[in-house]
Design a protein. Sequence first.
Length: 212
Amino acid sequence: RTKAQIWCMLLFGLIAYGFSYSAGNIFSGIFYLMFAAVIMQGAVFSYEQKPETGFTNMLPGTNLDRAAGRFLLGGFLLLVGNILGMIVAIALYFQGEIALSYLPEILISLFGFGLLFLSIQNIVFYMIGKGNSQQLMSLIHMIPGIALWIGTSILITLLETEGEEVEKIVKVLLWGKENSLLLSLGMLTLGVAFTIVGVFIAEKIVNKKDFA
């Protein structure tokens, strides 16, 4: 299953290249890859069913080990997405299509944000339980894209208007640009912290269930 996820990520890398090439920036492709990694990791929960629990619980390892493994899978897929995003950006750079400004900060920030979101998503999945409410799990898979679309739409709408609110947003964006490295490292730290805490929360949930 993990191999299948990696092959899917490679395919998404080609699609991300097309997005960034058509948009003329690195943001489109990298955003796509990060959210694809989140969806791929969440799909693992959908694949597994209750009958598999007896076998997996016979394997060496504690509930904490199994929970940590799920979180590490998400982190690994995000890392693959980061590497693919960097390859796409460098390829477009040598084609003379885009500049690589703020590429490290973007990759670090999205990796941290991805860890943060995956931690929350995994905890929700553990609370739902393996094999339960596939419709709800599918809805959770859609949240990243919906949130990005809504957030982008709201930001564009605000920037197209005039007034003090727009000036405040512009000031915040300019401050973020000047402190991009600090913000990206802060997001990475937050994501790692949430991941560590999320593993222990997941273990507590598993200990109270017959399966997870």
